[in-house]
Every structure is written in C-alpha cells, then in structure tokens.
Design a protein. Sequence first.
Length: 308
Amino acid sequence: MPGEQPQLYETLDERFRTGRCQAGDSRLEALYEGCRWAEGPVYVPAGRYLLWSDIPNDRLLRWDETTGAVGVFRSPAGYPNGNTLDGQGRLITCEQGNRRVTRTEHDGSVTVIAERFQGKRLNSPNDAVVKSDGSVWFSDPEFGIATDYEGHRGESEIGARNVYRVDPGSCEVRLVADGFQGPNGLVFDPDEHRLYVSDSLANHIRVFDVRDDGTLSGGEVFAECANGNFDNIRFDDEGRLWAAALHGGVHCYDPDGTLLGRILVPGTVANIRFGGARRNRMFIAADTTLYSLVMSVTGTPPLPPAGP
C-alpha cells in the first residue's frame, strides 16, 4: 500500500513481545547522512550530545540533541573506531590509525592510555569499555592495519588478536583473553560479573567470568550469528543483550542466549548505543547514516565516578 512503512521489528520469541522490546517508535529517524563508514556512537549526558566516528574520513562527529545540528568534533582523529565514557565522563577512543587508546580530558587535551603490549605496538584497537573500578578494557583486531581505508596498512608486531585490560593504578596493559579471529565489541553485564566479547570473523559472542583481580575465566560461546556478523554489543537494564549484526540488523538476546527478535535496519549495522535523557533512545551507526530509535526498553545506567 502507498505510504506503508517497512517492517521494523521481527519477533522470533514471544518474550520479545511480552518484554515490550518492539513497543517504541515504528520507524527509524535518520539524524545524519554523509559518513563513509559510521561507527562508535557514545552519548554524553552532561552536554546532551552524541559523538561518533566516521573512520575513513578520519574524524569524530558531534550531534546536538537540543538543536539537531551536526559538526566535526575532531579531525584528524587517528581513524577512530569505538568510543565510550569513563566514570568521570571523559571520552575514551580507540584510534585505529594511531594504534592506541586515548582519553580526552575535560580541558580537551588527549592522554594516551595504551599503545603497546610488552613493548610491541598494538594492532588497531577497535572497541573499549570501562569498568566501575576505572580499568579500561579493549579489543585489538587487525582491521585498521589490513588496508589504508580505515587506518594505515602495516604488520602486526604482536602476531595475535586479543583483548586487554589497562590497570587504573599502574596503567599496565595486561592480556586478559586470546584465541580470537577478530575481537570486536565488548561489554560487561549489568553487575560486571561477566564480560561479553563479539568475534566478528568467528561470527559468535563469547562470555567470560570476571574475577575480583581483573582476570577472566571461561570464554564459552554465548550466541552464534545465523544472519549477519556480530560487531558491537550493549545491555539493557533487564539483562537482554543487543548486538549490531552488520547485514542482520540489530539482534536481541535473552540472558539464556535465545535470540528473541531483531530490529530490521537498512544497510549494514556497525554499532549501537543507548542514550538520551532516559537512556531509552538507541543510536544506530549503519553504513553512511546515523539513525535513532526511541524504544520502550532502557539501557544500563552510566558508570559511577571512580578514580582520578
């Protein structure tokens, strides 16, 4: 029928419906079009704006929630990929081109958090998450050194694709998980007892138990992607895991690993992030476009302040 909107939600398990996962907006809102490859959205509550990466154009963009205006936040930006905030509201960025993880201070200066492991340069940090103790955890595949499109072509000095932890006190970069083909998105569950890591090239999500000393155990496969490839992942406050699944849209998983449903997004979904004043607005970076979807589910709350 003329004017009929395409289907946005696909229910695969009744819990997707009873959990009201599909009871928000009936269509996506395009906030900005014109990226080469959009990634890494992060909402900044104090300023009511969103930052995200346009990797091939080597820039961070900024969308103002109050006006809808979009501008360049930083360029050049080291071919940035994933972004997050620490407990002080400072921006943490994975710079693929510079092969490092940085923190933007409140005065705008940039501090390098990690750029080497055991004296060897990192590959191309992809995504990062900050734990409430102030430690920074990040994935390090080779996507940014494979070609000059999203970084600078180069050789891996480490010879592996791992997940690392940066100690908040000593700043030591410690290997916490290995055996990945292409580690990508990572996120802690709401109580921080488990760390979930997507492996884009292996096409699954692994889950690890987090010990008090910052080490991990386990690593079992939590979910396999039958439609698309996993990129970054986020939790809502009901313990459901939402996954950017590239050509498969956005997937929603129950804590038991059941795929409950999908958000059907045009293009290739690279990254998602909950934000907005009530944390019920999902921002979706897909191909050249930044989308928004006001939902009936709520993302996990921001970190409490921890450390200097």
